[in-house]
Design a binder for this molecule. Structure first.
Ligand code: FEO
Length: 397
């Protein structure tokens, strides 16, 4: 791709991963980038590295700017392996004078790489280092999204290097948001937030407040994935403020899987009844929708309705998968209900209701199950359930 100067003597030197389609359970159908940045001053500092299989691309970009052995400092904003996979080889080559990391970063680096000889120097929120004309100020961002996470801020350039925060999984030849469609970038940033950061929304609110209190002058946000917010950092800061408030609207997701279409027919009947009450409904058949795409829609939905037939005294596997994923991302303030068909034992609705309670969602209705194929009476019950859900959603407004 080529190194790109993003600020005076600050360069993007990362790698573009066009091929990745699954990022630990997150569907990255647009690929991603692993962004690393090089600040060239009296001291040369490399901010983050890349995944192990992308090392050559990082080195190629570094060599466009300087001999890697001239790098003095490496800053590790986040230890997850998509940013440190090649770190041992880079350190062996660069032999940095210092490696800066957060207090938790030191522990996490040691438990990942088991190296006691690296010149780690712990930095805390508010600590600064000088590169010459430029300074770097650190801000710990614990649990956004790992305990070690931190930001690096260069005030002279009004540049915030934000690690995973404000990122998106998009592979592109362009490096800046304003070079491609803003709406598309925001959609991918929303998906990223929903799947990576949503469960830490309280921390996001605190972080945004801290950034405001510190009066950091920021005109560029450079995340570790995707496009750089060059002229419009306010767009993504505003979006994060909105998403982290967890506000919902009159919107219901019906998330279901079906064996022989009975549960699917129930889903459509329930969805139709909700829609006729003027409430937005989105249908997600788990056979054709990826869990990580559904999560984006979960963010502003007020109710999540689950449908599954019973298979071998349990749930259909895709519903079990989805509920496991959803539970881990800890949705808050949602209403829930369940439905499904069965042949002889019929445990699925009870299991989904248990999951709803475990996630501390409010069970709107205990739901119901249909034996084998729904009758007209069963469709009437679906209509009633849909109307009950719609009323509950409106009452929450
Ligand atoms: Fe992009 Fe948490 O690593």
């Amino acid at each position: 791709m080529g190194a790109v100067e993003i600020k005076d003597k600050v360069y993007w030197v990362g790698a573009v991963d066009w091929d990745i389609r699954d990022f630990h359970g997150y569907s990255t159908y647009k690929g991603t980038t692993y962004n690393a940045y090089l600040a060239v001053d009296e001291k040369i500092a490399l901010f983050d590295t890349v995944k192990s299989n992308m090392k050559e691309e990082l080195l190629y970009h570094l060599r466009e700017i300087t001999d890697p052995e001239r790098i003095d400092y490496i800053v590790i904003n986040h230890v997850e392996m998509d940013h440190t996979g090649c770190l041992p080889e880079i350190i062996d080559l660069v032999k940095p004078e210092k490696i800066f990391c957060s207090p938790m970063g030191e522990k996490v680096l040691k438990s990942h790489f088991h190296r006691e000889d690296w010149p780690l120097q712990v930095v805390r929120s508010g600590d600064t280092i000088s590169l010459g004309q430029k300074t770097v100020r650190f801000l710990e961002t614990k649990m956004l999204h790992w305990p070690d996470s931190m930001f690096s801020y260069i005030p002279e350039d009004k540049l915030l290097i934000s690690s995973d925060a404000f990122g998106q999984h998009i592979a592109s030849t362009e490096r800046f948001v304003d070079e491609i469609d803003l709406g598309e970038v925001i959609r991918h940033a929303a998906k990223y937030y929903a799947n990576i950061l949503n469960l830490y929304s309280r921390n996001v609110q605190k972080l945004l407040a801290t950034v405001g209190e510190l009066k950091l002058d920021i005109d560029m946000i450079a995340p570790d994935h995707g496009l750089i917010w060059r002229h419009n950092p306010g767009d993504i800061l505003t979006a994060y403020d909105h998403w982290s408030k967890g506000e919902t609207r009159e919107k219901v997701l019906i998330i279901y899987d079906s064996m022989w279409k009975s549960t699917a027919k129930m889903a459509r009947a329930i969805g139709g009844a909700i829609s006729r009450q003027g409430v937005d409904v989105k249908m997600f058949n788990l056979a054709v929708n990826h869990r990580s795409d559904i999560m984006t829609e979960v963010m502003d939905a007020r109710a999540l309705i689950f449908g599954s037939p019973t298979l071998n005294n349990g749930l259909l596997p895709r519903m079990a998968d989805f509920l496991c994923y959803l539970k881990g991302l800890r949705p808050t303030g949602k209403l829930g209900a369940s439905f499904g068909s069965f042949g002889w034992s019929g445990e699925a609705v009870k299991l989904m209701n248990t999951a709803i309670e475990e996630m501390k969602m409010e069970l709107v209705d205990p739901g119901f199950r249909v034996k084998n194929v729904p009758t007209e009476d069963d469709f009437a019950r679906c209509k009633t359930l849909g109307e009950t859900i719609a009323q509950a959603v409106k009452a929450e407004a």
